[in-house]
Ligand binder design. Structure first.
Ligand code: URA
Length: 433
């Protein structure tokens, strides 16, 4: 087989065979095929797309390029959840214990954040002592015992994706739905769950800004999952404003705990119930979404989900005192209100700018080496559709700098106030099976 023939075929918009796809993925991973040839192929894929079969074969080849996690020693049907990423997204902290409370084992491999705020692991590490470095045996033991464990991604999952993603980044080929879908799904499939619920975000703070693009990505990922024998569904949810009211690290943990205790009724609770209900149905714990929703909602209100979260924190070495008394979580030294300078209704909140404002405070990393400040962050006081008067706070910045001018400016730019009533945002747009 010759790489030049594979490039020519794709350039001419013909379908690549499974062997051809395997050949280039393997060759690129082992560095027997050079960057310039793979770049040409990626550009041909960018323009001509991929068929459903090609996309499934590409995903499979990327999964097979490295290790896969064997979860067979965990009893029960393992359902994973993946979010395409957004600002204030702490859904995992609520969904994990929630589905574990009805017996669904949650074995979550997660990553650190490079961007506006920390990733799931960083947020968990804002709880003193929390250890995300579990050995494979400890990880499996924890899931069997507590129904929930979260660990850093270990091993060499989908190395082909790592190389291809880096190359796409510098060849203007990131924005291709089959390439994005296969990239995300290769890592999920290598993580070993039986079924997957995808939370595909749409809007200003999401990777996909339009509903149309988000739907296209979601459908492509669902098809990949089904073609590779994993039950997969996707929920398309709103990211035109941050999720919940807290953006940062420790303050996001606090909000998640309050939702788990049934003390906060907000969009985070709604999304967690939506995703959790689909997970519980895929795990065959309930026959219908409605039944699952009802039981999960009860488990938020009766403390069962919170009790599992508490056990999970304790099992991974985290400070339970901080969870029982949330004021003990790290906090910043200054709490600065950013106030409205006009009255009306909140029409838009640019979620990405809020994320960047949080990063300026120290809640996220601009480079891999940056250290996260767990106590800083942003509390939203107004969300889309809310009425606001002059002088009322839009947000509170939790900052160690007494004058965080860059963040203040970013927040001011992100809020758009209208003189006419604006509608609250819909949270769930669609579920794709
Ligand atoms: N996230 C991924 O993991 N891969 C992509 O291609 C885009 C976003």
């Amino acid at each position: 087989m010759r790489m030049v023939d594979i490039i020519t075929k794709k350039r001419n918009n013909e379908e690549l065979s499974e062997q051809e796809i395997q050949y280039f993925v393997e060759g690129y991973t082992k560095e027997t095929i050079p960057d310039y040839q793979v770049s040409a192929l990626l550009m041909a894929i960018y323009f001509n797309g991929m068929t459903e079969l090609e996309t499934a074969n590409l995903t499979r080849a990327m999964v097979e390029s490295g290790e896969t996690i064997d979860l067979s020693k965990i009893q029960g049907h393992k359902v994973d959840k993946h979010s395409t990423g957004g600002v204030g997204d702490k859904t995992t902290f609520v969904v994990g214990p929630l589905v574990a409370s009805v017996g669904v084992p949650v074995a979550k491999m997660s990553g650190r954040g490079l961007g506006h705020t920390g990733g799931t692991l960083d947020k968990l590490e804002s709880i003193k002592g929390f250890d995300i470095e579990l050995s494979k045996q400890a990880f499996i033991h924890h899931v069997n015992k507590y129904r929930l464990a979260v660990a850093g991604q270990s091993g060499n999952l989908a190395p082909a994706d790592k190389k291809l993603y880096a190359l796409r980044d510098v060849t203007a080929t990131v924005d291709s739905i089959p390439l994005i879908a296969s990239s995300i799904m290769s890592k999920k499939l290598a993580s070993g769950a039986d079924s997957i619920v995808l939370d595909v975000k749409t809007g200003s703070g999401a990777f996909m800004k339009t509903l149309q693009d988000s739907e296209a990505l979601a459908s492509e990922m669902v098809k990949i999952g089904q073609n590779l024998n994993r039950n997969t569904i996707a929920v398309i949810s709103d990211m035109n404003q941050p999720l919940g009211f807290e953006v940062g690290n420790a303050n996001e943990v606090k909000e998640a705990v309050e939702v788990l205790q049934g003390k906060r009724v907000n969009d985070l609770r709604e999304l967690a119930l939506e995703i959790g209900s689909h997970m519980a149905v895929l795990a065959e714990v309930f026959e219908t979404y409605e039944k699952a929703y009802q039981v999960l909602e009860n488990n938020l209100d009766n403390g069962r989900a919170f009790a599992i979260f508490r056990d999970f924190v304790k099992a991974q070495g985290g400070s339970v005192e901080m969870i029982d008394d949330l004021s003990k979580l790290p906090t910043a030294s200054h709490h600065i209100e950013v106030k409205a300078t006009e009255e009306g209704y909140i029409e838009e909140i640019d979620a990405e700018s809020i994320g960047i404002a949080a990063m300026f405070l120290g809640a996220g990393r601009a480079t891999k080496e940056d250290k996260i400040n767990y106590g800083v962050g942003i509390t939203l006081k107004k969300k889309i559709g809310d009425q606001v008067k002059i002088g009322e706070p839009l947000v509170v910045l939790h900052s160690d700098d007494p004058s965080p001018n860059d963040s203040i400016q970013k927040v001011m730019q992100s809020y758009k106030i209208s003189s006419t009533i604006t509608e609250k945002k819909q949270l769930i747009y669609k579920v794709i099976y």
